[in-house]
Design a protein around this ligand. Structure first.
Ligand code: MEV
Length: 313
């Protein structure tokens, strides 16, 4: 045993977050330009993690890494190598807790890395099983969408407990992604929605159903390459996500700035309450202007992604 390597990438939920936990469909896109990489090497004595947030022995890993620690420990148990000494390095371009799937992507990269290290074959199904194991530790009741997208090569149509379907995006538009700069806590947002649905089902269930209908309409808009329809549907989804209580003042503000700057539509993406928002524009020049306007309005980072170029390398 010498070394191992595993990679993954960010994801963006185009439409359907939260409702997907309740069995409604969602559409998510891999973001191949935003990468994460895990490498492992045999070490002499200790089990050590090197990452942006933590550098040290695995036992002492900070709370934010406890999910990763448990994932690695379970994998070592699986490989009958609990005492294997190693140096594991995680290099990530993904901002953590921003709704870009950092936790699932980290898990996917680590799982691939350890299977590579132990020279064991890894099927896609096994990869997803391990990734969802780790997602359960991190946020309680995941739909499986993040893990599915972090391991997908194409945009996907996803329904909980079903095999994701590949989607083709021949839409001639641009996606602008903006980080609100505020941490989003997916687990807390998912629990808040669950509490709302429990306390006032007649009020909240229709909002989830409306998101499900919007997602189906987005699939049709994508098939017709109708970017205007797509934009309006994204904005309609944001209204429902706000009503579920998972938006935030900063996300609402960025969505308004987007609409005031020629975006065809805008919404939060991912767990919400912080994290990122997305907007769509018709042209590259509009996307660039919008990206600048969002930064002026307080976005800490922005990305521009042509919708027709979403596929991994
Ligand atoms: C988080 O990226 C997406 C949510 O729908 C939760 C999930 O699907 O597990 C909010």
């Amino acid at each position: 045993l010498q070394s191992g390597l595993g990679t993954s990438h960010a994801k963006i939920i185009l439409i359907g977050e939260h409702a997907v936990v309740y069995g409604y469909p969602a559409i998510a896109l891999p973001l191949p330009s935003v990468q994460i990489q895990a490498t492992i090497r045999t070490a002499k004595v200790d089990q050590t993690i090197h990452s942006r947030y933590y550098d040290g022995p695995i036992q002492g890993a900070i709370a934010e890494l406890s999910g990763i620690r448990r994932l690695i420990q379970h994998l070592l148990l699986h490989f009958d190598a609990v005492d294997q000494a190693f140096d594991l390095t995680i290099k990530s371009q993904l901002p953590a807790e921003r709704g870009m799937g950092s936790s699932a992507a980290t898990a996917i990269a680590i799982i691939r890395c350890l299977f590579d290290f132990f020279k064991k074959p890894l099927t896609h199904q096994l990869l997803l099983q391990w990734a969802n194991f780790s997602e359960h530790i991190i946020h309680g009741n995941p739909s499986g969408l993040d893990a599915a997208t972090a391991s997908a090569q194409t945009p996907i149509w996803f329904v909980k407990a079903q095999v994701p379907q590949e989607l083709k995006l021949n839409v001639p538009g641009f996606l602008v992604i903006a980080d609100s700069g505020i941490k989003g806590k997916t687990g807390e947002a998912v629990r808040l929605v669950a509490q709302h649905v429990r306390d006032m089902p007649n009020h909240y269930r229709p909002k989830l159903a409306a998101l499900g209908t919007i997602t189906t309409k987005v699939k049709i808009a994508l098939a017709k390459a109708d970017i205007e329809d797509l934009g309006q549907l994204l904005t309609a989804a944001q209204t429902n996500l706000q009503a579920l209580g998972v938006s935030s003042n900063q996300l609402d503000k960025l969505c308004q700035v987007a609409l005031a700057n020629q975006a065809l539509g805008a919404k939060l993406t991912g767990g919400g309450q912080g994290g990122c928002m997305i907007a769509v524009t018709k042209t590259a020049a509009q996307a660039q202007r919008l990206s600048n306007a969002l930064q002026t309005a307080g976005a800490t980072q922005t990305w521009i992604q042509p919708l027709s170029e979403i596929h991994t390398l």
